[in-house]
Write a protein that binds this ligand. Structure first.
Ligand code: ADP
Length: 510
């Protein structure tokens, strides 16, 4: 915490700690909640030193003089003013609240956040932010500024639980889950236990390509069709690929999918992005490739780098069909006795419920990629814990859960198919300290030293496997509930009442 010397216009000059000052001012505000800001003492010397000590607030004129003194840099001037005085300057339009970090400098980032809280708090209807329980201290804001968030007033803590461990492709992983949904971690852990008992989960990565789909206008459908034919040709593809890949050593173009809607053309660029989730990277490459195209088709107009043909953060069949990010399938066999003892249900009961709920039920609802019980619950909790973009849970949670009896009906064969797991281990929220701690625990922090992309792929495999655990556990709970009802129905003899909740075949055997 910095100390400063008050540059008072009266004869009294004193040194004091900004921290002590801030605390004192807070007490003043708490004692007089009706006063959002103590009135500044007049600058004509009428206020006594005692009064000045009480408020530590100089007049606006004095503060402006200090702040605008051209003999000093802005950060140096601000270090001479108390928090309250900076608030006073902001309230009078002299300091832009969004620019506080830049003005204070990198060594005073927490102060910038504290002062902004005060400014916003006092201009709000409730005036609660400043004294609220939203934390702001002891946070590494240097990782946030210019990268993760603007106008920062603190951070939101979310409980972090660990499910598992879960054996994925022969390695045991703790499953980090940031969530406020009680029972989610416990339930996922139960699924992990059942999966481990069968030898764990095996996964395959069947696709790895982030996508961007710009919208491009042409003067007519004829020119648009010519451009489409060129992009679809071997020559056009090679030229676009060379331009695209010149922008990054990690971006490798995999495909270009084109479509027309009237005179507007859409191109879905699909590329590997190393260990980055890849939206920044692919946007840069796409821009460069479109420059190349523009040279050939001068009449084209790029309407938007994202023309929703990507499709990012919105439900879309194209993602479900073509994949986006990491496409992973995870599979496991669970011995029948484990289904009974750990999951408290039967192989037949689980398979029947999975068909009726996850497949037929979702088909009845007209779902796209929602053929699962709660993939989003597990995926989003891991996304939050590992610094992923939570808005991408829309497509990343697309999942088809399948269950069938195996080994003569004794055991359960189950899988999840997830075509769009959009994750990275560099960039975005993965740079934040706590999220990095979680990635480190998983052994996938940052860029993979030998094989770029392997860390992000491993994270996707772990997420799919954890989703399988979550699916198993929730479906088992539902099936077990059904079993209990089935038992009750069987044990009651009700003449002329069909035991409607007990399917004939291949439902649970009561
Ligand atoms: P995103 O594209 O997901 O938004 P960023 O652009 O924030 O991610 O982060 C990617 C940056 O990290 C790029 O500048 C890239 O050059 C760098 N980088 C370093 N190592 C890797 C790696 N193994 N994979 C991907 N990017 C990497």
């Amino acid at each position: 915490m910095s100390t400063f010397t008050a540059q008072q216009s009266s004869s009294t000059t004193s040194s004091f700690s900004a921290r002590a000052l801030d605390l004192k001012l807070k007490q003043v505000r708490l004692a007089h909640p009706e006063q959002s800001l103590p009135s500044p003492p007049s600058s004509n010397g009428a206020s006594s030193p005692v009064e000045r000590d009480y408020f530590y607030l100089r007049s606006l004129k004095e503060c402006v003089e200090i702040y605008e003194d051209e003999n000093r840099g802005k950060s140096e001037s601000l270090a001479m003013l108390s928090d309250e005085e900076v608030v006073l300057l902001a309230d009078n339009g002299k300091v832009a609240p969004h620019a506080l970090e830049k003005l204070f400098g990198m060594n005073e980032l927490e102060r910038a956040v504290r002062v902004r809280r005060a400014i916003i708090s006092r201009s709000s209807a409730t005036k609660t932010l400043e004294s609220s329980s939203i934390p702001y201290e002891n946070y590494d804001y240097s990782r946030v500024i210019g990268a993760c968030c603007e106008n920062v007033v603190g951070y939101i803590p979310i409980p972090l639980g660990v499910a598992g461990p879960l054996n994925v492709d022969g390695t045991s992983f703790p499953i980090p889950m940031a969530t406020a949904e009680g029972t989610l971690v416990a339930s996922t852990s139960r699924g992990c236990k059942a999966l481990n008992a069968g030898g764990g989960v095996s996964t395959v990565l069947v696709g790895d390509a982030m996508t961007r789909g710009p919208a491009i206008d042409f003067p007519s459908i004829k020119v648009a069709a010519q451009a489409k034919a060129w992009v679809d040709s071997a020559e056009g593809y090679a030229e676009m690929k060379a331009a695209f890949e010149s922008t990054s050593r990690f971006a490798k173009l995999k495909s270009l999918k084109t479509a027309m809607a009237g005179r507007t053309m859409y191109i879905r660029f699909a590329t590997t992005t190393g260990d980055a989730m890849g939206m920044n990277m692919i946007s840069k490459g796409t821009e460069k490739a479109l420059d190349t195209m523009q040279a050939r088709f001068p009449s084209m107009a790029v309407l938007a780098l994202s023309g929703n043909y990507c499709t990012d953060k919105k439900p879309a069949a194209i993602n479900w069909i073509e994949g986006r990010g990491k496409s992973v399938v995870a599979e496991a066999v669970i011995p029948g006795h484990i289904v009974k003892t750990v999951l408290k249900t039967t192989v037949g009961g689980l398979c029947n419920l999975n068909v009726k709920k996850n497949l037929i039920g979702s088909a009845m609802a007209g779902s796209i990629g929602g053929f699962n019980a709660h993939a989003s619950n597990i995926l989003t909790a891991i996304f939050l814990a590992t610094g992923q973009d939570p808005a991408q849970n829309v497509e990343s949670s697309m999942c088809m859960t399948l269950m069938e009896p195996t080994n003569n009906g004794e055991d359960l064969l189950c899988s999840v198919t997830m075509p769009c797991i959009e994750v990275g281990t560099v960039g975005g929220g993965t740079v934040l300290a706590a999220q990095q701690g979680v990635l480190e625990m998983l052994g996938v922090k940052g860029a993979h030293p030998q094989q770029p992309g392997k860390n992000a792929q491993t994270l996707a495999r772990v997420i799919a496997s954890a989703v399988l655990a979550g699916e198993l556990s929730l479906l088992s709970a539902l099936a077990a509930g059904h079993l209990i009802k089935a038992h009750v129905a069987h044990n009651r003899s009700r003449v002329n009442t069909p035991a409607a909740s007990v399917p004939v075949t291949p439902g649970p055997q009561a």
